[in-house]
Design a protein around this ligand. Structure first.
Ligand code: 5AD
Ligand code: SF4
Length: 470
């Protein structure tokens, strides 16, 4: 076992996350697991004894970024070695899972490759790398990594702020034809309710006010309930909403096909469930949705939106779009544009289709030329930006609740988030974790600025906007 501290004090760990929120969560848990081994986190890569890149394989660009970062890190490692200092380099995440040994061949600076299901084995991998030079683990082990990963201390939760992620589900069985996730994260698995509630209670106890339940397919959650039966996400949300201190609940990322009645009821009945949902649609064309194997139509998507709006009036939506999927015609793209306009997403991520090795769509004929993808992407993004700007403008003059998170950039300023996750700045010193109504006066880019309001107002921003007729 490694000593808690070296000759020059504790060893320093630098973790960089790419890609999704699950990687952000996993990075925190890796840091928690390495803390008892004597590692403290640093924000300066130059100071680190151990650098871990928690990588993303979802699009080619994400993978390229990691390899160019590894090139820079190699130079840093070589320079440190000339001064007699050893830096250990680890590659974690979905590239580690997808490329495994290939990473060691391609980048000589890498000492450790660890797949997303093996993070609890990091201490042993470090030992192995020390003894044998390099170590790799991309197994899908039988033991539950969540049981084996260390929990953060109360102090480290406090240091991380008043909002937190909790993984409730991992993996995906849907096999959309463009997506690597079912291969890199494996089959769907749900954590038992008791474990999730325990983690959420610990977070609440250390001052966390908002929890986002995360999973690649979070609303396909089907974990063991406290009564021994299988619970869905709606029931899980209801259980977590009971925890004292938890004021806001979110979940991400959802699939339109897994919205059951209990989840709709959670939106209707639980004030903590935020009226703001990320619901990826990918395309507005039935032909393309079928080729993507999304297993829902455009009409199904509208129906899901309608049910949620009926349950929680004023609910807003964000989405993901893929532009230039193989075979996408001008008409298919128009269908995507019209869907975006009809739903009025308050923001969205849109990506050019990126063929991923090993996925069915990569081998489809009729790949769309890059220039057309770029043109269409710009057009969609401009349209969504316009909708987002209009929504932000509508917020000016309104009063609604803000969860304050941290000091602002200027002294005496505090910044928080609206229910729609817009940053809201106030010229006042407010304790993080406080929820107070703010009257919004101005808008700068994507941020709102306002002053504390002394009136009692509707709980949620979207109710306030709805009451104002927006
Ligand atoms: N090309 C482009 N975008 C992709 N996504 C997933 N796979 C690909 C791909 N091959 C996008 C989807 C998904 C988001 C996380 O990434 O929109 O919802
Ligand atoms: Fe990928 Fe589709 Fe699964 Fe989402 S639902 S992770 S896009 S395969």
């Amino acid at each position: 076992m490694a000593q808690p501290t070296g000759m020059n004090g504790p060893r320093k760990l630098y973790v960089k996350s790419y890609g999704c929120q699950m990687n952000v969560y996993d990075s925190r848990r890796m840091a928690d697991t390495l803390a008892p081994e004597g590692f403290v986190e640093t924000t300066q890569i130059e100071d680190a004894d151990l650098v871990i890149l928690n990588t993303c394989h979802i699009r080619e660009k994400a993978a390229d970024k990691v390899y160019s970062e590894l090139g820079r890190i190699r130079q840093m490692k070589d320079a440190a070695a000339r001064e007699g200092r050893n830096i250990t380099i680890g590659v974690a995440g979905c590239i580690a899972q997808a490329e495994g040994e290939e990473i060691l061949r391609r980048e000589k600076a890498v000492d450790i490759v660890v797949g997303p299901q093996s993070y609890h084995r990091l201490p042993q991998l470090l030992e192995r790398a020390k003894r044998f030079g390099r170590a790799i683990d991309t197994e899908f082990p039988v033991e539950d990594k969540f049981d084996a990963l260390a929990q953060p201390s109360k102090d480290s939760i406090r240091a991380r702020g008043v909002t937190a992620f909790v993984t409730v589900q991992e993996g995906c069985d849907k096999f959309c034809t463009f997506c690597v996730v079912p291969y890199t994260r494996g089959a769907e698995m749900s954590r038992p309710v008791a474990k999730i509630v325990d983690e959420a209670e610990r977070l609440a106890d250390a001052g966390v006010r908002e929890i986002t339940l995360i999973g690649q397919n979070v609303n396909a959650y089907h974990g063991e309930g406290t009564d021994g039966r299988t619970w869905g996400l709606g029931r899980l949300l209801a259980q977590i909403a009971e925890i004292p201190g938890i004021a806001r609940l979110r979940y991400s990322t959802s699939h339109p096909n897994d919205i059951d009645d209990a989840l709709i009821e959670a939106h209707r009945d639980l004030p903590a469930v935020m009226p703001h949902l990320h619901l990826p649609v990918q395309s507005g064309s039935d032909r393309i949705l079928a080729a993507m194997n999304r297993r829902h139509t455009r009409a199904d998507y509208f129906r899901a939106i309608e049910r949620l709006r009926d349950a929680q009036p004023g609910i807003t939506f964000t989405s993901d779009f893929i532009i230039g999927f193989p075979g996408e015609t001008e008409q298919d793209f128009r269908d995507t544009m019209s869907l975006a306009a009809d739903v009025r997403f308050v923001s969205a991520y849109s990506f050019k289709y990126s063929p991923r090795p090993g996925t069915p769509a990569a081998d489809m004929s009729e790949q769309v030329p890059e220039e057309i993808k770029s043109e269409r992407l710009l057009e969609l993004q401009a349209s969504i930006d316009n909708i987002q700007a209009a929504f932000n403008r509508d917020c000016v003059g309104q009063t609604f609740d803000v969860l304050f998170e941290k000091e602002g950039r200027k002294p005496g300023q505090t910044v928080g988030r609206s229910v729609n996750l817009q940053p809201v700045h106030v010229d006042a010193v407010i304790a993080p974790g406080t929820i107070l109504p703010v009257r919004v006066d101005t808008l700068h880019a994507y941020s709102l600025f306002g002053a504390l309001a002394d009136t009692s107002v509707p709980r949620h921003q979207n109710e306030a906007l709805a009451m104002a007729g927006v």
